[in-house]
Design a protein around this ligand. Structure first.
Ligand code: NAD
Length: 405
């Protein structure tokens, strides 16, 4: 193990603000296992990918995409992510443990899975990924772009851009919840300036996705008829000032426009780029956006009541089976986007959320919203609150991703 001696420690959640500083390797493995079992239970994705590159593969929608590709159609997967490895007495970031578990399980099931841990925005990581694909897979037929990052250093200019989550035009005031305490309060967010907008587009817009595809194509590692996909979000009127009509929305507009430009670039090899609009879910990225956690806790309540609630794995399974690889034309909306946020945006659900929103406060939220569900999902991201894991027992934090030993 190259001096990585297993140390055993009791690993409990340690929260600071909206992040959890610890992660549980066995809980993370259980989470990955459950997602794998879900996909296996749904049966084969006929015509699904055989060789997939997932950029942002370690948590959230990217991890679910990797699992769906691997276990839905037996795809070999290369996963790129930016995670913290463990050190003695300090746990790794959750995506590290997820990836360790995924590789171990995939290998045991006879599936190729290798990972690259580094800054996906850099030229070096792009080059490293190309070399790995050339050496082991030759080409890939699916490229998923699922990065969520607050910062990007543009390798061509050397400039580091930081994204912000702000409204555009006016100060926005609405309710939000601290999901750890359940306290509902009012939050006011000052509007962004032009620089904020440009920086957010530079981080979360489509430029880096386009550069990835250009480099992969130039290197000859994209198969004929390759599909590439990035993820977007729209959401309701309630959140649009801070999301779709805010700085992040501008970045998503840019990402969505980039899909058309990539499709043009891929014409000669029959490739296509899509953006899929996904449902609002509890992930590390979405927990950091004001107002969104309150919306999500009410949304989960309404969708659970209606029996239409989904998590990342259910969403991506449906995306692969009913949209991307359904056997027919890929169904898109009037702006060319795949919509798997259809159940979230169902007017019945949205009317219910809007009604709950009016009276949601610290006292009523435990009853009106699914705050418990939110908090549980948040803990699960870090491998906590998983059933059958003894969190009072010692666990080894020194778990390694097999291909990164
Ligand atoms: P997430 O935080 O769970 O995952 C982000 C991934 O990006 C991780 O694998 C992380 O390691 C990787 N990453 C971040 N910075 C990196 C870097 N510099 N280099 C390499 N890897 C890096 O995020 P998520 O919520 O799954 O979001 C993925 C995409 O889905 C985003 O585009 C997001 O806007 C979109 N989306 C999210 C939601 C939601 O509610 N969470 C809804 C719809 C769409």
């Amino acid at each position: 193990m190259f001096g990585k001696i297993p140390i055993f420690m009791i690993i409990q959640p340690r929260m600071r603000g909206f992040i959890c500083l610890t992660a549980h390797p066995e809980g993370a493995a259980k989470n990955v296992k459950e997602q794998i079992e879900y996909i296996k239970g749904k049966g084969e994705v006929a015509g699904g990918p055989k060789k997939a590159l997932i950029i942002g593969a370690s948590t959230g929608f990217g991890l679910a995409s990797r699992i769906t590709a691997a276990y839905g159609s037996g795809a070999s997967t290369v996963g790129v992510f930016f995670e913290k490895e463990p050190s003695e007495g300090k746990t790794a970031s959750p995506g590290w443990y997820n990836s360790a578990a995924f590789e171990t399980m995939a290998k045991a099931d006879g599936l190729y899975a290798k990972s690259i841990n580094g800054d996906a925005f850099s030229d070096e990581v792009k080059q490293q990924t190309i070399e790995l694909i050339k050496k082991d897979l030759g080409q890939v037929d699916l490229v998923i772009y699922s990065l969520a990052s607050p910062v990007r250093t543009n390798p061509r200019t050397g400039v580091t851009h930081r994204s912000v989550l702000k409204p555009i035009g006016d100060t926005y005031t609405n309710k939000t919840v601290d999901f750890h305490t359940g306290k509902v309060s009012e939050v006011s967010i000052a509007p962004a300036n032009e620089e904020d907008i440009a920086n957010t587009v530079a981080v979360m817009g489509g430029e880096d996705w386009k550069w990835w595809i250009e480099d992969l194509k130039k290197a000859g590692v994209l198969a004929d008829n390759v599909l590439t996909l990035a993820y977007s979000y729209i959401g309701p009127e309630l959140t649009e000032a801070v999301y779709r009509k805010g700085t992040i929305g501008r970045a998503k507009d840019d990402l969505e426009a980039t899909a058309f430009s990539i499709t043009d670039d891929l014409k000669d090899i029959g490739g296509k780029a899509y953006v899929s609009v996904n449902k609002a879910l509890v992930t590390q990225a979405s927990s950091a956006i004001p107002v969104i956690p309150l919306y999500i806790s009410l949304l989960f309540k309404a969708m659970k009541e209606a029996g239409s609630h989904e998590g990342t794995i259910e969403q991506i399974s449906r995306l692969f089976r009913e949209r991307l690889y359904s056997g027919g034309e890929v169904q898109v909306d009037e702006k060319g986007r795949i919509r798997i946020d259809d159940w979230e945006m169902d007017p019945k659900i949205q009317d219910r959320v809007a009604e709950l929103w009016k009276t949601a406060d610290t006292d009523t939220l435990p009853e009106l919203g699914d705050l418990k569900g939110y908090s549980h999902e948040f803990h699960k991201l870090f491998g906590f609150e998983m059933s059958d894991i003894d969190y009072n027992a010692e666990a080894s934090e020194m778990v390694w991703v097999d291909s990164l030993r």
